[in-house]
Design a protein. Structure first.
Length: 210
């Protein structure tokens, strides 16, 4: 599949974690010679109408606002207040986005597929969904999903206020659809797009696949 830039799609990269298993900030680690987060932004820029980075350390990533990725300059936004956890990341991403559809992606996915993101956004629009989530045999991939901002942002804030951290709680609250493995492979070519790097060993193994 080819990618088409969508004027209605914000692509938000989450870089708010502590990278405790990596032992250092993985967002800025060099992956095949470039900072990992820049690689992810470059791939998402092919389909995005807007690029955003959410983080608990905006000063460390502020330099990204001086860079261009396929004609787009990302905004770096501070995470919203609230308990640390998955729902804070989702709520922060939905609050930071300015466009109707929001792809939320973890910063440690070096093979994220713009083709898949575009296909997920197409499904949200075509089926009037609030979120479309990739689903493999091993489970769902909510940090590579496309969300409808107007429906999901208020719900995420409510769940965050109640300290309900499971992303599944948000998915169950809104109108959700799923893209299963055969459809994922058709769009992205493989499921490698979901590989993330949490440890130095995973990081090195992923570089060998690049």
């Amino acid at each position: 599949m080819t990618t088409v830039r969508r004027a209605d799609l914000s692509c938000v990269v989450q870089a708010g974690g502590m990278s405790s298993r990596m032992g250092r900030d993985k967002a800025r680690m060099l992956f095949c010679g470039e900072p990992l987060i820049e690689r992810v932004l470059c791939r998402l820029a092919q389909v995005a109408g807007e690029l955003v980075v959410t983080t608990s350390r905006p000063c460390e990533l502020a330099y990204l606002e001086e860079l261009m990725f396929d004609g787009l300059r990302p905004r770096v936004v501070m995470d919203v207040d609230g308990p640390a956890g998955a729902m804070r990341g989702i709520a922060s991403s939905l609050a930071a986005a300015r466009l109707p559809l929001v792809a939320i992606v973890a910063c440690d996915m070096p093979f994220v597929s713009p083709e898949l993101v575009g296909a997920l956004a197409d499904r949200v629009e075509a089926e009037a969904l609030d979120v479309c989530v990739p689903r493999e045999d091993r489970g769902i991939e909510p940090l590579c999903a496309v969300w409808r901002r107007d429906a999901c942002a208020p719900a995420s804030q409510e769940l965050l206020a109640c300290d309900r951290q499971r992303i599944r709680c948000l998915i169950d609250r809104v109108q959700a659809g799923y893209m299963d493995e055969p459809q994922i492979v058709k769009a992205a070519g493989s499921t490698l797009c979901f590989e993330n790097v949490n440890t130095p060993e995973e990081f090195s193994a992923a570089e060998l696949l690049a």
